[in-house]
Design a protein around this ligand. Structure first.
Ligand code: ATP
Ligand code: MG
Length: 688
């Protein structure tokens, strides 16, 4: 008799789960592509497939599972365990605990690179730069080369980094990238080449890797056949979710690990491809079958289990207008008399108030806060809502926005640990030395130079004479770093050591030192969840915790809270009730993305991704006017907004149109004035 978990699947899902699993012990087949629309059970099917493999004797230590975020990987592992438990009972957790190779491409890359560091000329102690650190290093190099003088109008550090990143991830020559995406800076091609080559040199000298390097080094590692075979040989099965959002580097890594496609399963939906700005290419999924001879098997799913029929009809209506599309429309049995709402409100203040009232109403009728979410195109759009939620004491967690680690004091603390891990990390070094009284930028530069060229950086550090006017601070600093390097305090005890050193500096640098100290204690708690300094730094950098309403770093685990998320970060998830903010032209499509057809099409898919997150109730809100400051505007503007072009009049039949509130305009006038200042400031940050 078939396992009970198989009974719950539909025929096609079951085919996908059982594909190539003929008898216990014979579980290696492939390649397989599962391509299907939103909510058709792709992720669920993948979890069942992993469980089915394990139940049929596959070794969980030899399964590599790659998902879009660490959160998704954890969720997947939990599901696999639940499914396995139906057959293995209490032994399921033993089996799934061994499923250790589950994570993001970047996270897995970092782990493999530490293992293979020696063989590829890396020092296994490398530290990882997040985007901000990378931009800082790019800036240092720009200055050194003299490219950053304002009169020359050289591109900003952020633009330089985006260009670099795009070229690397798409494996495209710089000139082509400039012509296609940055035509206004193409006159700087030669200088950019020099800058990037020095940037690469600096990273190597400092033993740091940026996000892109994790993929790039990995791809280069597996371009050596013996290493590819060795790494590929660690895994019998490689499974990837959300394959439509991988870039060329990621697909080339995958192909190198499993050149014949044996044991390879990828899953995705071309209609949900929304990361081309990070060089993801939908061609990866469309071309997947033909990459192999014979071509990969393809399984499509056509039944949606997530949304009601009315929500699905509206979402299908939106995506039907897309220019190109492979996956077909879905059907569902979930009937509902209620169409999704298209709600006009006066402005963003009313939008925020409406959501708060509705969310509370929903809670009254039994929906927890966690079963509801508010989605938006751009992180800064949720400002007025955050103000309103805070005012009404409704807890929320924001995904895809400001991260806990973005705050200066947390970055300072991490710089201490990073410097201890890798004293050549110049960005961390500058950040740290900057805190010591008497050490200016020039002295800091000299100190870091001395360390960089010495084979024993720590000895070099100890030999540096104390800078004038640094008093005892210099000695304290050197003692701290020596202690941390020797790991005298143990892990996570060393965080307390670092904190004791840092707190007096914190008192000097920041006025609100007390609240910041609370964050540091929290950081210490978070650190306790990791086995070592290296794992803590790596994983935190790759997947930082999200900011929450009380500014704490850890999500409020036991409490109920509302989810606020960018559409990008809402991928793969679902909620009973979904509200979408600012469904107006200028926000979605974003003003910045109406240049080319491709960009516009991606914005359409974004709306589709947002709408298909909803299970029972979906509300799209269109404020009639709001304040903004566009690139071309002088200061703030008061603009009248129009419904997004992706919902033309022909699609209105799928929605219940309404407006709110049904009261006089003067009340909303007042509130618009009250919130005006906040909104302006918030919108300005959008263009920074
Ligand atoms: P997305 O494209 O948004 O990532 P998806 O295709 O990965 O969606 P899932 O998240 O796996 O879809 O599934 C959507 C919902 O449908 C989940 O709540 C899941 O539990 C449910 N579901 C999937 N398959 C079945 C099934 N055979 N029977 C009942 N419910 C199912
Ligand atoms: Mg999914």
């Amino acid at each position: 008799m078939a396992a009970a978990y198989l009974e719950k699947l539909n025929d096609r899902q079951r085919d996908a789960v059982e594909f190539g699993v003929t008898a216990p012990g014979e579980t290696i087949a492939g390649p397989l592509l599962i391509i299907a629309g939103a909510g058709s059970g792709k992720t669920n099917t993948l979890a069942h497939r992993v469980a089915h493999l394990i139940v049929n004797g596959a070794d969980p230590r030899r399964i590599l599972l790659m998902t879009f975020s660490r959160r998704a990987a954890t969720e997947m592992a939990r599901r696999v365990e639940r499914i396995c438990a139906q057959v293995l009972g209490a032994n399921a957790s033993v089996a799934t605990d061994a499923l250790t190779w589950a994570g993001t491409f970047h996270g897995i890359g970092a782990r493999l690179l530490r293992i293979y560091a020696e063989q590829i000329g890396l020092n296994a102690d490398f530290t990882i730069h997040d985007r901000e650190d990378s931009a800082d290093l790019m800036n240092l190099v720009r200055h050194e080369l003299g490219f950053s003088k304002t009169e020359t109008r050289f591109p900003t550090k952020g633009t330089c980094l985006s260009i670099y990143s795009r070229a690397v991830n798409s494996e495209t020559p710089l000139g082509e990238v400039l012509r296609a995406h940055y035509p206004w800076v193409s006159g700087w091609e030669e200088q950019l080449k020099e800058l990037f080559s020095c940037y690469v040199g600096a990273k190597q000298a400092q033993n740091v890797l940026d996000y892109d390097d994790l993929l790039l080094y990995w791809a280069q590692t597996v371009s050596v056949p013996e290493l590819a075979e060795d790494i590929g040989g660690r895994f019998d099965h490689v499974l990837v979710d959300e394959y439509q959002d991988t870039n060329r580097l990621q697909s080339s890594v995958l192909m190198a690990l499993k050149p014949g496609g044996r044991g390879l399963t990828v899953v995705g939906d071309d209609a949900q491809s929304i990361y081309s700005f990070r060089a993801a290419t939908v061609r990866n999924i469309l071309d997947f079958p033909g990459t192999f001879t014979p071509p990969a098997d393809v399984i499509t799913l056509d039944r949606n289990y997530r949304s009601t029929q009315t929500i699905l009809a509206a979402a299908n209506g939106v995506i039907d207008l897309a220019r190109e599309r492979f996956t077909k429309n879905l059907w569902t049995e979930r009937q509902s008399p209620e169409r999704p709402k298209l709600l006009a409100v006066a402005d963003e203040a009313d939008q925020a108030r409406y959501i708060v009232e509705k969310v509370l109403e929903n809670r009254e009728i039994g929906m927890t806060l966690k079963q509801q979410a508010v989605l938006f195109r751009t992180s800064s759009h949720s400002g007025p809502l955050e103000v309103e939620l805070t005012r009404r004491n409704i807890p929320f967690v924001k995904f895809g926005g400001l991260k806990f680690l973005d705050s200066a004091h947390v970055k300072d603390m991490l710089a201490v640990l990073r410097f201890a891990q890798n004293p050549r990390d110049r960005v961390a070094g500058f950040r740290l030395l900057h805190m010591i009284p008497g050490v200016g930028p020039q002295t800091a530069g000299k100190i870091l130079d001395a360390i960089a060229t010495d084979p024993e950086p720590l000895t070099a550090l100890a030999e540096i004479p104390a800078p004038p006017r640094s008093g005892d601070n210099w000695r304290d600093f050197v003692t701290l770093i020596e202690g941390l390097r020797k790991q005298a305090g143990g892990w996570p005890g060393e965080i307390a050591q670092a904190r004791e050193w840092y707190e007096p500096h914190l008192d000097r640098i920041h006025e609100d030192a007390d609240t910041r100290k609370a964050d540091l204690l929290q950081l210490e708690q978070i650190a306790g969840g990791y086995p070592s300094r290296e794992r803590f730094l790596t994983e935190l950098t790759l997947d930082p915790p999200d900011a929450t309403s009380d500014q704490a770093g850890v999500p409020l685990l036991d409490e109920d809270y509302l989810i606020l998320s960018t559409i990008h970060s809402a991928k793969g998830q679902e909620w009973r009730s979904v509200f979408m903010l600012n469904v107006v032209d200028g926000c979605i499509p974003s003003d910045l993305s109406v240049g080319t057809t491709n960009e516009l099409e991606e914005e359409r898919r974004l709306l589709y991704v947002g709408m298909t997150r909803a299970k029972d109730s979906l509300t799209l809100i269109t404020p009639q006017r709001f304040f903004t400051s566009g690139q071309h505007a002088q200061g703030d503007r008061h603009v009248y907004a129009a419904r997004t072009r992706f919902i033309p009049a022909t699609l209105l039949q799928f929605f219940e149109t309404a407006s709110w509130p049904l009261v006089s305009a003067s009340a909303s006038e007042r509130s618009a004035r009250q919130i005006r200042i906040d909104v302006g400031a918030r919108m300005r940050t959008m263009w920074k």
